[in-house]
Write a protein that binds this ligand. Structure first.
Ligand code: UDP
Length: 421
């Protein structure tokens, strides 16, 4: 068996997809593999590039990308991913060839490229592995979509189907790495594994296994933690719709009054630009600020993992992105689920109907229904039961990442596989 100290001349090139929900798990994976002795290179686009200052032990290699402005502002995720890949393929190939050439005959060679499945360049002839940053349940649903579409049940646009085909196609990878845990998705993993000939590694939740230093693209407003310190245990509802979801002025006003009238303290992330037609909170309805001086705290971007781990936070109104889902379950925080697109709908279904740690807010946003949902989650018996179930998941997740746990074992197996490539 190779000694840990010898692994520093084994270089792993990690290729994240440049969006917050994808960058975070990839950097966490990098920290995990660095702790196992590997050298880590992050090959990143200039668009949404990660902040290297928190990762002094990593090498950062920039891929000149040149994303057209019209694609960036279109809001069409499928077109954006397609354009990203078309534009990055050549430059990324160049970055890798330069590295290989520089390595020459030395020992310090690239052992493996670990790429986000949305970054589908050909990785020369180097060994590679795919990191899926979403849930296994979602991948199972995706794998049925081409057939459903053929039968006329799923009239989706062509770019969306291409995107899904990309996610499903793992090309020449030696393995698929998942940011999930056995206690959440073991059965589904066994089911999906039948469709693939390469091994699966359920390594997560990666933010718990290898908490990297801040992976945020936006600056975190940490003062909100001081505000949380002043609130009672399990009393605050935390509201955040992640890094991509947006809403219109009407939805913003309904959300504002729903939160205000619930009477429950709330910490609300309004990401700049996330309310269409405004920069930040200019479109807040008149009288809202005065009405919520005592109960509300608004920020542009929060240190979400710390917020969810805070004793005062008792519920999370979320868009059900997979990272937010994992971060909430890992802290035993039950959820109000308001999914918008892609995998969020599948995650919401699992949260509400399988794991039963969330309730779904469906249809048009309405302040009365929001108020009711907040009460159901934060004060009623139903919410208490969800909190108990979420707490049980928290315990199971803690066990799975400890020695003897499933994620811990999967990590050891992955390290051995990388060494054998
Ligand atoms: N996040 C954060 N501060 C915020 C809102 C979100 O740090 O105010 C982080 C959150 O912890 C998560 C990521 O942004 O890791 C969002 O990823 P997710 O998969 O939940 O959703 P996406 O942004 O991809 O839709």
């Amino acid at each position: 068996m190779e000694e840990r100290g010898q692994r520093s001349n084994r270089r792993l090139v990690l290729v994240p997809c440049p969006f917050q929900g994808h960058i975070t798990p990839m950097l966490n994976l990098g920290s995990l593999l660095h702790s196992k002795g590997f050298s880590i290179v992050i090959a990143h686009t200039n668009f949404n590039h990660p902040d290297p200052s928190g990762f002094p032990n990593f090498t950062f290699a920039s891929i000149p990308d040149c994303l057209p402005k019209d694609v960036l502002s279109s809001g069409d995720a499928a077109a954006l991913f397609a354009s990203l890949n078309t534009n990055c393929e050549g430059p990324l190939y160049q970055v890798l060839s330069d590295m290989v050439e520089k390595d020459g005959a030395t020992e310090n060679k690239i052992s493996c490229v670990i790429y986000d499945t949305l970054m589908y360049s050909h990785y020369m002839k180097l060994p590679s592995m795919a990191l899926r940053t979403g849930s296994i349940s979602n991948q199972l649903v995706f794998s049925e979509l081409p057939q459903l579409r053929k039968e006329g049940y799923f009239p989706s646009k062509e770019p969306m189907m291409q995107l899904i085909a990309t996610i499903l196609d793992i090309r020449t990878s030696s393995a698929i790495l998942w940011n999930t845990a056995d206690c959440l998705e073991k059965q589904l993993s066994n089911q999906l594994q039948k469709q693939y000939s390469v091994p699966f590694f359920l390594l997560g939740p990666l933010h718990k296994v290898a908490p990297a230093s801040s992976t945020s693209i936006l600056e975190e407003e940490t003062d909100c933690l001081l505000w949380l310190d002043k609130q009672a245990d399990d009393s605050v509802v935390y509201v955040s719709l992640g890094s991509m979801v947006s809403m219109d002025e009407g939805e913003f006003a309904e959300t504002a009054w729903g939160l205000a009238n619930s009477g429950q303290p709330f910490l609300w992330v309004v990401r700049p630009g996330s309310v269409r037609g405004s920069e930040w909170i200019e479109l807040l309805p008149g009288g809202f600020k005065e009405a919520t001086q005592e109960t509300g705290c608004l920020v542009r971007w929060a240190p979400q993992k710390d917020v969810l781990a805070h004793r005062a936070v008792g519920g999370f109104w979320t868009h059900c992105g997979w990272n937010s889902t994992l971060e909430s379950i890992s802290e035993g925080v039950p959820m109000i689920c308001r999914p918008c697109f892609m995998d969020q709908n599948v995650n919401a279904r699992y949260l509400c109907h399988v794991w039963r740690v969330g309730l779904e807010l469906e249809g048009d946003l309405d302040q009365k229904e929001i108020e009711q949902a907040v009460r159901r989650l934060m004060v009623e018996e139903e919410g208490k039961e969800m909190r108990l179930r979420a707490a049980a998941f928290k315990d199971q997740i803690e066990l799975s990442i400890r020695k003897g746990g499933s994620s811990h074992a999967a990590i050891e197996e992955l390290v051995n596989l990388i060494i054998s490539l």
